[in-house]
Design a protein around this ligand. Structure first.
Ligand code: MN
Ligand code: MN
Length: 436
């Protein structure tokens, strides 16, 4: 089995938040010779630099030999995943149980998040400027968290409700401790004492924290042939990790190569760390300013002449639910990297529809390098759909297509991918960086 899959399993097991992904990306990038752009006053061909955006998104550049205004080859993926976030005032006690209150992030089926071990990852920013990293529930001898559910014996009424509301979003609260005696607040106080000891925090520090609740435990090979991977957050770290590896191992760029790993895709790419911001443009200004000046037209041409693979996972054909899929136009696990000419829903609403000429250019290099790919729609027309970040890149006029790895049980706590597809994506991304 190749190292890519092994390293990928390690990556997603250890990096379950956008911040953890950026931190590890910086470590891997520095090992591969990348420098923080702030350490460089000027840039020349062959230089490798990165720019972190609030530690939640990151842009890496390998400067090529051709002028940047002739365009870049950009690999883009997102590093946030559906999860539950702790509320600003999360801690409360009810009838002997201490809970941590949450607000879900991204598109989840709420019932999938009850009765499984959960961990808390994130940061607490203290008033003195210190930012403390938090990770609770991952070590074998560490404690864990869970959300409870009603036993079947008394769930007649619950079972009659629709799946979207039989677990109310407000009830997705973590069991955090027991109040063992009848003394009111003893359990809550005990929790605060533990947090004080472990992280030096007080209750008010929750106000300036980003604590994300994710499934506990490591990703694993799945199936007797170990030809699949099961793990949390494969949407979209499977594309992010393989894109990153391709850029880190790339050498001798002609066109400048770029890897863009972004936050907030799951809630609409909003905010300063999402793709619907100037983060790519700002990063490009930083790069161009280190070539002894730039003008506005250079920035525009650099973006307009770029090629991008906007990678996000694709909904794999589910053999147990064939009525949802147009078999011929669906992606299969193990079928190689997926390209979606368009995404969107209904009449392609919200899609970025890739140009035929650009797809032809990609087909050529994929065929030359014998890389297996499949072209797919998400599902049958009108059964649903969704948007991706491609449209924010297309806004600059660049050539962009949605691509990525097929996933079964997408957006569930433990998603499934194929090892062949992961390796194929990695090869495809390397080939893409070589396009002239
Ligand atoms: Mn998603
Ligand atoms: Mn995604």
């Amino acid at each position: 089995m190749s190292d890519t899959v092994k390293n990928y399993i390690k990556f997603i097991s250890g990096n379950k938040t956008e911040r953890e992904c950026v931190k590890s990306t910086i470590e891997l990038a520095e090992k591969a010779g990348f420098k923080n752009i702030e350490e460089k006053d000027s840039l020349v061909a062959g230089d490798k630099v990165y720019i972190s955006i609030y530690g939640k998104s990151i842009v890496l550049f390998e400067i090529g030999t051709t002028p940047i205004e002739e365009g870049m080859n950009i690999l883009c993926a997102h590093i946030d995943s559906p999860r539950l976030d702790l509320k600003m005032k999360p801690l409360y006690e009810k009838n002997g149980i201490v809970y941590l209150n949450t607000h879900y992030y991204g598109g989840i089926k709420k019932y999938q998040w009850v009765t499984l071990p959960l961990a808390i990852h994130g940061v607490i920013a203290k008033k003195n400027g210190e930012v403390i990293e938090v990770c609770m529930g991952e070590d074998d001898d560490d404690y864990t968290f869970a959300i409870s559910d009603i036993l079947p014996h008394i769930a007649q009424e619950q079972m009659k409700k629709s799946a979207s509301d039989f677990i109310p979003g407000e009830n997705l609260d973590l069991v955090a401790a027991l109040n063992r005696k009848e003394k009111k607040d003893e359990g809550k106080k005990a929790v605060l004492d533990i947090l004080e000891k472990r992280y030096g925090m007080e209750e008010d520090d929750f106000l300036s924290a980003e604590l994300e609740v994710v499934p506990a435990g490591k990703a694993k090979y799945l199936g007797l042939r170990k030809d699949m991977v099961i793990g949390y957050g494969q949407d979209d770290r499977v594309c992010a990790y393989t894109s990153l590896e391709a850029v880190l191992e790339h050498k001798g760029a002609k066109r400048t190569c770029c890897c863009l790993l972004v936050d907030k895709e799951e809630i609409g790419s909003v905010g300063a760390t999402g793709m619907d911001s100037l983060l790519l443009e700002n990063a490009l200004y930083e790069v161009l300013s280190r070539f002894g000046g730039y003008d506005a037209i250079k920035v525009r041409r650099s973006l307009k002449n770029s090629y991008m693979l906007s990678s996000d996972v694709n909904s794999a054909l589910d053999p147990l639910n064939m009525d949802l899929y147009d078999e011929e136009n669906s992606s299969k696990l193990g079928g190689g990297i997926v390209f979606n000419k368009y995404t969107g829903s209904r009449g392609k609403g919200g899609a970025s529809d890739a140009n035929a000429e650009y797809i032809a250019k990609l087909r050529k290099i994929l065929d030359e390098r014998e890389i297996t790919f499949q072209m797919a729609d998400m599902a049958k027309v009108d059964v649903g759909g969704g948007g991706t970040i491609a449209k924010y890149a297309a806004w600059y006029g660049m050539s962009v297509i949605d691509s990525g790895v097929a996933v079964l049980s997408m957006h569930s706590p433990f998603e499934i991918t194929s090892t062949f597809d992961i390796e194929t994506a990695r090869k495809c991304y390397s080939a893409f960086l070589d396009i002239e």
